[in-house]
Design a protein around this ligand. Structure first.
Ligand SMILES: NC(=O)c1ccc[n+]([C@@H]2O[C@H](COP(=O)([O-])OP(=O)(O)OC[C@H]3O[C@@H](n4cnc5c(N)ncnc54)[C@H](O)[C@@H]3O)[C@@H](O)[C@H]2O)c1
Length: 356
């Protein structure tokens, strides 16, 4: 058993985005005696409203700002006595990275480097033996794509990123590794599969499909819909990050996955059946009639699968939600929060349902 690290004051970057928001709510429910400062520049994907219920609590502060602003980050680390960074902030939408890679390289690579420099300055250069952690949240997309029969990605699978998004995340993983190896910054990294759950921006596959199906609009599927992804409920991702921060070995990477491989088409069919059951009198039954097919995305990875045996065996990780329970919870949340996805001001990228 590794020594248990106890975070007290956390800086959560990208905490107003999908996973970051869920992480902040998860963490403060689990550990109400700790304090979180969220740093988020509120791009199109970030929403302050996601965190508004926490405003006024003494253990929470929201700061609108950019991870590229190194002096701001240094100031926050000093003023708030932060000893733990959980780094979610990123440009995260693969389709956007194909049409505009620059923002991805800037935020995901330079932004991560800027955070690392700030952490090194305040935790290593200005202090002696200051206990700290830098947890970097990354993706399984750094490993590239698999055929139907390839073994799942493990932590020793060579990196082979295929999209500008994946390449920028791969680069950030390497820089984190280098800061641990070269300077002794206490880092951990997680590479996770596709997440789903509340607060996901409605341009991603599951929320886009829920929104279109409920409104009687078509759900466009890329290519033949046979792309396989491993879907993980967002709080199961957060439980994995929690274990890694507290008990993970320094300098290590851990894959987090849900043992839940689904083709995009099967996933949409499951969602259609769930909606048929919930709304038997809807004029849109059977919802599967709304599925349409569109030209595949350039360079679309065929299959991702995660071998999560390292985190399971070393840290006792186990996803709590089944796909059925997670999807039902997700649907409930979107039904209760229609303003999240019906807002006219939402800036959706393209009209197609993408895998991640
Ligand atoms: N969504 C997934 O399925 C998935 C899977 C594995 C890993 N990840 C990783 O998890 C992290 C979070 O993903 P997500 O889906 O929640 O993303 P998201 O796009 O929903 O949220 C990203 C957040 O980062 C903020 N941000 C962007 N640039 C910033 C900057 N320069 N400075 C400060 N804040 C900035 C945005 O405003 C937003 O709130 C990312 O690093 C992503 O690569 C996501």
């Amino acid at each position: 058993m590794n020594t248990i690290y106890t975070p007290n004051n956390l800086l959560v970057t990208g905490g107003a985005g999908f996973i970051g928001t869920n992480f902040v709510h998860y963490w403060l429910e689990q550990y109400p005696d700790t304090r979180i400062v969220v740093l988020d520049s509120l791009t199109y994907a970030g929403r302050y409203e996601n965190l508004q219920p926490l405003e006024g609590q003494p253990n929470f502060r929201f700061v609108e700002g950019d991870i590229l602003n190194q002096s701001l980050v240094e100031q926050l680390l000093r003023d708030e006595a932060i000893e733990t960074i959980v780094h979610f902030a990123a440009e995260s939408h693969v389709d956007r990275s194909i049409y505009g890679p620059d923002a991805f390289l800037k935020t995901n690579i330079d932004g991560t480097h800027s955070l690392l420099k700030a952490a090194k300055t305040v935790w290593l250069d200005e202090k002696d033996e200051y206990e700290h952690r830098f947890h970097h949240v990354s993706t399984d997309e750094v490993y590239g794509t698999l055929s139907a029969t390839d073994p799942a990605f493990s932590e020793v699978t060579p990196y082979a990123p295929n999209s500008p998004y994946a390449a920028s995340k791969a680069a950030s993983d390497h820089i984190v590794r280098a800061y641990q190896h070269t300077y002794g910054l206490k880092t951990t990294t997680s590479n996770c599969s596709n997440n789903y759950g509340p607060y996901q921006y409605p341009e991603k596959l599951i929320p886009l499909a829920i929104s279109n199906l409920l409104q009687g609009k078509s759900v466009p599927i890329y290519g033949d819909g046979q792309q396989v992804r491993d879907w993980l409920y967002v709080d199961d991702h957060n439980r994995g990050i929690d274990l890694i921060i507290r008990q993970g070995r320094l300098g290590e990477t851990y894959n987090i996955g849900g043992n839940n491989e689904q083709t995009n088409l099967d996933l949409i069919h499951t969602l259609c059946s769930l909606l048929d059951e919930r709304f038997p009198d809807s004029p849109h039954v059977p919802h599967k009639n709304q599925i349409t097919y569109v030209t595949d995305r350039p360079g679309h990875d065929r299959r991702y699968a995660i071998d999560n045996s390292k985190i399971c065996e070393e840290l006792g990780y186990n996803p709590v939600e089944t796909f059925q329970s997670g999807l039902a919870k997700t649907l409930d949340w979107y039904l209760e929060h229609t303003s999240f996805w019906m807002d006219d001001g939402i800036e959706l990228f393209g009209a197609h349902a993408e895998s991640n």
